[in-house]
Design a protein around this ligand. Structure first.
Ligand code: SF4
Length: 459
C-alpha cells in the first residue's frame, strides 16, 4: 500500500550513515526500536518487549537481520535486557498501512503493557510513527521547502524556480538547506570513501566467520571487487573502456559487499543500492581530475536533491515498488551527480536523472533468500555503469526531452502499484525462487566449464 508525503524534508535525510545490510529492514527498525525504548523513563520499569514484524519485514527480515537490528536498538537503551526479554512475532499475511510495518510493545515484570507504538520503515533508513487518529505516519525533520512549495514540490517546479531566479541547482539547494548541509555531506563522503577502500582490501570471510550459516550463504562474492580491480588494471593498456568499466564496477562491488557484510555504509538512497553513487563519484574524481573536495560535496547535494524528490513524490523502497525504486533511483542520483561534475546545465542534470530511472522502470526486487546479495551486489556495479552512460547521453543533448523526471517517477509509482507482490521484497518470486544450495551447485558446474576460456582471454 502507498504511503505518500507531500512535504519534502532536508536532503540530509537521504544520506544516513549506518551498518548494513538493509536500510528499510535493518537501519529503519533499529531506529524505531531505539526511539521506542527511549520513550520510557526509569520509573516505568519496563522489563520485556514484544515486537511484531509485518509483511515484507516478516518475509525477508531474517535475511536482512531485522530482528538483530531491533534487539540492538532496544539494548542500546536498556543494556540489561537479554534476548529472552524480547519476543518476536512474524506476521506475513496481514494487511497493514505500509509494507514495512513493525509494532513494538513494552511490559513491566507482571506483564502489564506500559506502551505501544507502530512504525513504518519507509526506505533509506527513514521511519514514521503511526498517528492513531489520522492513520498516517508522522515524519521526522523540519519542513524547509514548504514555505515556497506549499502545494508540493517537483523537479519541474524547481527548474522553473531556478530559471525565474537565475539560479543553478546548487544555488537552489544552498538557498533552502541549513548551514550544516556540507558538514553532513562531508561525513557521508568520508564513510563512502572508506567503504570503497575497505571493500577493496577486506577479506570479508573474517567478518562473517562468527556466523557459519551466513558465511555459507555468502555466494562467493568475497574478493570479487579486488579481483575485478586488479584485472581492470592489467588490461589498462589493452582496452581503456574495459579498464574504466571494470574499475567503476569494482568500486560499486566493494561498497555493496561492505553493506552485505554489515560494514559501515551510507544510504544513497538505500543500503541495498548504496554502491552506485560512491562508485560514480570516486570514478569521476579520478577520471575528471577533481582535486577540490567541495565539488564532490556539491555533486552529492545534487544527487541528494534527485533522490529526495523520488522519496517525497514516489518511493525509494523495494518493498513498495521493487528495485526500480532503489537501484533505479540510485542510478538517477549518480547520473545527475556525474552530469553536474561534467559541467551539465540544470536541464541536462534533470535529463540525466530521467534517463537513468526511465531505463530501470519495471525492475523487480527479488533477493535470493532475502539477503541483500544476489542480485543486489552485482546490480550496483551494472547500474553504476548505466548511470555514467545516462549522464553521457544527457551531456550530448541540449537538455530538451519529452518525458520529464517527474513523469518517470510517476510512472515508477504506477508500475510499482501494479506490480505483483512477488517482486516487491517478499523473496517469493523472480530470482528468489533459487535457494542458496542451488546457487552453489550452479556456480560449481559453471566454474569448471568456464575456467579455461577465461584464462585464454586474459593471456
Ligand atoms: S533487489 Fe534491489 S530493491 Fe531488492 S533488496 Fe536488492 S537492491 Fe534492494
Amino acid at each position: 500500500m502507498w504511503h505518500n508525503n507531500i512535504v519534502m524534508r532536508s536532503i540530509k535525510g537521504i544520506y544516513n550513515i549506518g551498518i548494513g545490510s538493509s536500510s528499510s529492514h535493518t537501519l529503519g527498525p533499529y531506529k524505531a526500536a531505539k526511539e521506542f525504548a527511549k520513550s520510557f523513563s526509569e520509573e516505568d520499569k519496563v522489563m520485556k518487549f514484544e515486537v511484531t514484524l509485518f509483511n515484507s519485514l516478516a518475509l525477508t527480515g531474517e535475511g536482512h537481520f531485522t530482528d538483530r537490528a531491533v534487539v540492538m536498538g532496544l539494548t542500546d537503551v536498556f543494556s540489561g535486557l537479554t534476548e529472552d526479554d524480547i519476543i518476536f512475532h512474524w506476521i506475513a499475511s496481514e494487511q497493514t498501512l505500509h509494507a514495512n510495518t513493525l509494532m513494538l510493545q513494552g511490559f513491566d515484570d507482571s506483564g502489564n503493557m506500559l506502551g505501544e507504538e507502530t512504525y513504518f520503515s519507509t526506505g533509506g533508513g527513514a521511519i514514521e510513527r503511526l498517528c492513531k487518529k489520522t492513520k498516517m505516519g508522522i515524519k521526522e525533520g523540519e519542513d524547509i521547502y514548504g514555505e515556497v512549495f506549499s502545494d508540493g514540490i517537483s523537479m519541474n517546479k524547481i527548474l522553473h524556480y531556478c530559471k525565474k531566479n537565475d539560479l543553478t541547482l546548487i544555488h537552489f539547494i544552498e538557498e533552502f538547506e541549513n548551514n550544516d548541509l556540507y558538514d553532513h555531506l562531508k561525513d557521508a563522503w568520508r564513510v563512502m570513501s572508506d567503504a570503497i577502500r575497505e571493500g577493496l582490501s577486506s577479506t570479508n570471510e573474517l567478518v562473517l566467520e562468527s556466523d557459519p550459516k551466513i558465511a555459507k550463504r555468502h555466494f562467493n562474492y568475497f574478493r570479487r571487487a579486488k579481483r575485478m580491480f586488479e584485472k581492470a588494471e592489467m588490461l589498462k593498456e589493452l582496452d581503456s573502456s574495459l579498464h574504466d568499466s571494470g574499475t567503476l564496477s569494482a568500486y560499486a562491488l566493494a561498497v555493496a559487499e561492505q553493506n552485505a557484510s554489515r560494514g559501515a555504509v551510507v544510504t544513497s538512497p538505500t543500503l541495498g543500492a548504496c554502491g552506485v553513487l560512491p562508485a560514480v563519484l570516486r570514478f569521476a574524481k579520478e577520471k575528471l581530475h577533481i582535486h577540490d573536495e567541495q565539488r564532490i560535496l556539491e555533486a552529492l547535494a545534487i544527487a541528494g536533491l534527485i533522490g529526495n524528490i523520488a522519496k517525497t513524490n514516489a518511493t525509494i523502497s523495494g518493498a513498495i515498488a521493487g528495485c526500480q525504486a532503489e537501484i533505479g533511483v540510485a542510478a538517477s542520483m549518480a547520473s545527475s551527480a556525474y552530469c553536474y561534475l561534467q559541467g551539465g546545465t540544470n536541464y541536462q542534470i534533470e535529463h540525466a536523472a530521467e534517463i537513468a530511472l526511465k531505463h530501470a522502470l519495471g525492475l523487480t526486487c527479488d533477493p535470493v533468500e532475502g539477503f541483500v546479495m544476489l542480485p543486489c551486489i552485482e546490480r550496483n556495479a551494472i547500474f553504476a555503469n548505466q548511470a555514467i552512460s545516462s549522464a553521457h547521453y544527457a551531456l550530448l543533448m541540449n537538455g530538451a526531452h519529452t518525458t520529464t523526471y517527474d513523469f518517470v517517477l510517476d510512472t515508477m509509482k504506477r508500475t510499482g502499484e501494479a506490480m505483483c507482490e512477488y517482486y516487491k521484497e517478499t523473496a517469493k518470486g523472480g530470482l528468489a525462487v533459487l535457494k542458496s544450495d542451488d546457487v552453489h551447485k550452479m556456480q560449481r558446474e559453471n566454474i569448471d566449464k568456464k575456467t579455461k576460456e577465461v584464462r585464454r582471454y586474459l593471456l
